[in-house]
Design a binder for this molecule. Sequence first.
Ligand SMILES: [Zn+2]
Length: 125
Amino acid sequence: MKVLMARNWPCSPTCALCDQAPETAKHIVLYCSFAREVWHRISLWSGSAARYRWNTSLAGLPKELRRSKAAILMYTAWNIWKARNHQVFDNLMATPAQVEEEIKREIALRKRALGERVEANFFHD
Ligand SMILES: [Zn+2]
């Protein structure tokens, strides 16, 4: 963080989402109160996604389930990061509910894209 600040990275030393803790990548994605609220909402929606146990929660699952769970984890982390960037660069503060909706929307798009590919393969075979 100090290196980034020295390079004039336009960031605050305090988290842009909660304004209560030093801004580290881990804090933003995992420990921030904003991030926790998003993870909680996604957990309720998906019935899974334990954010502290990414590796162990994915290990031993069937391939398809592991993929869809990994996608939920990635889309959640990615959208929390995007919410942070909107706040920092555009001064637009999203709510956890808005981030949740964006995650659901992106996952639905992904599912549709994968479904279309499966269908295309089906017709080629
Ligand atoms: Zn925070």
